[in-house]
Design a protein around this ligand. Sequence first.
Ligand code: COA
Length: 277
Amino acid sequence: MVFPPVRRLGPDDLPACVALALDRGWLPEEHKWALLLRAAEGYGVDAPDGGLAGAVVLARYGTTLASVGMMLVAARFGRRGLGRALLAHLLNVAGDATVFLTATTYGRPLYEKLGFRTVGRSATFTGRFHQKARRPATRPAVREDLPAVIDIDTAAFGADRGPFLRELPEFTTQLRVLETEGRITGYAGAWPNGNITVIGPVIALDAAGARLLISDLAATVAGPLRLDLDPDRDELPAWARAHGLRHAAETAFMVHGTWPPPGRRDQIYAPITVALS
Ligand SMILES: CC(C)(COP(=O)(O)OP(=O)(O)OC[C@H]1O[C@@H](n2cnc3c(N)ncnc32)[C@H](O)[C@@H]1OP(=O)(O)O)[C@@H](O)C(=O)NCCC(=O)NCCS
């Protein structure tokens, strides 16, 4: 079967992306797809019988770092080279940037074939967060906080992800900042994914700051939460378990290119979404 060339996806492709996700048993995640198609670069291959045969999203952070997410090929077109073609296209577009992603066990063989190596793990914790009522230690972010938020984020992340951070006031249902001696030293957001509230990003100088941000966000969420953490740093996973969250899934953190990048990655406690960074 001959497929058309890879093409750039835009916001109009949202229904086709959702249909592709459903085809693979993933959640529809419209809110997240809409952000990715708006702020990142979606690429896809049209199916001969309508809709998309495959899709993937590349997010670029300046010229040095990029991430890959939402790698999907419709089941009926699997194992025909489409995944490889989409990923090869992305690596070409990313140029010299270090590219990273979190891989399910299904994606890992493909990524390894194209030169990605595993440098860590990401664990998904889900459930209702139980805690005693307490006074918030953080405050809601206001628009004027954005430059300071971008500054501390760039110092931690090692590249400018401003285009994504500027989307956060609209994308998140809550965005909070932590102040230490009148200076913003951490921030975190929460956003809706179907009936689950995802907590991310979480950036803080230390685990104590991250815990305050997460607790304050969780305090107003009645339903289930999702929090993606590094299971090899136990400061937060053990605490998350103690508050009722359970380890639901695990992915491999994989990299193509030089690693680690500059920046204080130990200050990144949770990604915006595992589909981004
Ligand atoms: C993972 C996925 C995108 C692969 O797409 P695909 O079009 O089937 O992959 P390709 O046909 O291009 O395969 C590329 C290479 O990976 C290997 N590969 C692909 N799927 C594999 C699998 N399940 N097990 C082992 N190897 C696999 C193939 O052998 C192939 O190598 P080759 O070119 O040397 O033969 C597809 O299976 C999918 O959408 N899965 C569900 C969603 C998912 O898990 N996505 C990954 C998220 S991280």
